[in-house]
Design a protein around this ligand. Structure first.
Ligand SMILES: NC(=O)c1ccc[n+]([C@@H]2O[C@H](COP(=O)([O-])OP(=O)(O)OC[C@H]3O[C@@H](n4cnc5c(N)ncnc54)[C@H](O)[C@@H]3O)[C@@H](O)[C@H]2O)c1
Length: 254
């Protein structure tokens, strides 16, 4: 990818201990970024930082619960203190829903899923934008889902949270375009990560359905979503903002 160069830049990635976040951290670092990694999972986050450093990159891991304002503020402060500024952010941390129809979804489940997937992205954006504004701009990419673009049976809280992420993305793009801040989202189909493995463990019958759901005939790889996020965050996407990019092997084209 030409123009997808992050040399001299600092990129924040949440959900960096696993799956798509880890793949993105590795890809940003491979393109020259210093990466600030946030996750609840300390062991996994430190492991991602080690992988980045083994590739001669620079990484700082900070344990964070993205649903807590003080944690998010501390993550951004730690990144800014270590590397001077945060130029780009990939707000990717998220959790799945166990799977039941809407009337069977408990209030606790709804609050938990919305707390991480929607409030967590909102808190990250709020602190990132406040940090970027006086520095003249930046680029933010949020992880939504195909469940942000179409309904998702047995995943009402998850679908509501991800539709909300696209709403936050488009609104912030409108509000901050003239301040030099671009805001986009990626909407992955089913991606081979520990989240997918947990889904299959709960409902083994879905494993056979996954290739059939995607016109490309297979699940996606974390690196394929990472590549899209890296491009959206880069200067190569300088005229792209407010966009929710399906990275779904054609699933939502049907
Ligand atoms: N895998 C898929 O099929 C798929 C499809 C569409 C969207 N997504 C989205 O992609 C993102 C990444 O998912 P993944 O597949 O890599 O899953 P994953 O479970 O492998 O990784 C998610 C990471 O987020 C972290 N996390 C969870 N709650 C957190 C919190 N409160 N604070 C900080 N970190 C937290 C986890 O510790 C984990 O490291 C999620 O937002 C998910 O909803 C995944």
């Amino acid at each position: 990818m030409p123009d997808v160069d992050f040399a001299g830049k600092c990129v924040l990635v949440t959900g960096a201990a696993s799956g798509i976040g880890r793949a993105a951290a590795i890809e940003f670092a491979a393109r020259g970024a210093r990466v600030v990694l946030g996750d609840l999972d300390e062991a996994g986050g430190e492991e991602t930082a080690r992988i980045v450093r083994r590739g001669a990159g620079e990484a700082l891991f900070v344990r964070v619960d993205v649903s807590r304002d003080a944690d998010v503020a501390a993550l951004i402060a730690a990144g800014a203190e270590r590397y001077g500024r945060i130029d780009c952010a990939f707000n990717n941390a998220g959790i799945e829903e166990e799977g039941q129809r809407l009337a069977d979804c408990s209030e606790a489940t709804f609050d938990r899923v919305l707390g991480v997937n929607l409030k967590g992205v909102w808190l990250c954006m709020k602190h990132e934008i406040a940090h970027m504004l006086p520095k003249g701009g930046g680029a933010i990419v949020n992880t939504a889902s195909v469940a942000a673009l179409i309904g998702a049976p047995n995943q009402s809280a998850y679908a509501a949270s991800k539709h909300g992420v696209v709403g936050l993305t488009k609104t912030a793009a409108l509000e901050y375009g003239r301040d030099g801040i671009r805001v986009n989202a990626v909407c992955p189909g089913v991606i081979r990560t520990p989240m997918m493995d947990r889904g299959i463990a709960r409902r083994p019958e879905i494993e056979q359905l996954i290739p059939r759901l995607h016109p490309i005939g297979r699940a996606g790889e974390a690196a394929e979503v990472a590549a899209a996020a890296v491009w959206l965050a880069s200067d190569a996407a300088s005229f792209v903002t407010g966009h929710a990019l399906a990275v779904d092997g054609g699933l939502t084209a049907i």
